[in-house]
Design a protein around this ligand. Sequence first.
Ligand SMILES: C[S@@+](CC[C@H](N)C(=O)[O-])C[C@H]1O[C@@H](n2cnc3c(N)ncnc32)[C@H](O)[C@@H]1O
Length: 253
Amino acid sequence: MSSPAAPAAPKVREVVVNPPAGAPTRVRPDGLAKTLSRTLRWLYGAYEQAMRRVQMLPSRIRARRIVRKQGGKLRLCLGSGAAPIESWLNLDLDGRPDLRWDLRLPMPFPANSVDRIYSEHFIEHLNREDGAGLLRSCRRLLRADGIMRIATPDLPALVDAYRGDWREQDWLDWPGHEWIDSPAKMLNQCFHGWGHKFLYDAAELEAALRAAGFAEVRRCEIGESSQQELCGLETRLDSLLIFEAWGEKGAAG
Ligand SMILES: C[S@@+](CC[C@H](N)C(=O)[O-])C[C@H]1O[C@@H](n2cnc3c(N)ncnc32)[C@H](O)[C@@H]1O
């Protein structure tokens, strides 16, 4: 015996409503608020960027004089802070650097005018977009045989410390860090303390260097380099993620 036929599904009538031509489109209030807040954020970002540029005008003029004096043999130490390199040009936003410069802006030197660039414990103070901009600016300034060396905390090493012997870090003994008495406080300090914005692991930093246009990227040991002038520059024990980068992607030779 055949089973009874299933009842037919009720017919649904499709109704298409076309708003009359010229009728105002209705914007949902939450959509409007989002658009407004996005526009305001964009405007504020553009205003901040413009103010930074204005504040950097005297340094831009000074940079022109420095380039005229030094020719194409510039060596730059970025975010030099309390560890400037003697006879290099030290750039920082604070303190008493050779050139005060906000490194969120492209540096005020001509392309192919820089011989070496060094930076320790600085890139993690920029957000990911500003970090990418800085690396692009470095690539643009370096001569064909120029090299950049960059040292920064190593994210996996910090996660290992969190899971393991988190007390084994020299900076925990520095004044002002007594409140850090647990692995969670230690790791949060690394992510959010000292003005840190973005921490890198090797894959992330290598990808950022390559995306900036560097053709060659090599991980280095602390203090070691095939270039004599780049040896022994690290001043911190936790500068564990170190890369040297050179060459230009797509450049002939
Ligand atoms: C942790 S300190 C590192 C100083 C030094 N390289 C060292 O290893 O001791 C970070 C430095 O980055 C500088 N800095 C932070 N944001 C900056 C920016 N937007 N432009 C230039 N320098 C900046 C700070 O003023 C500070 O001197």
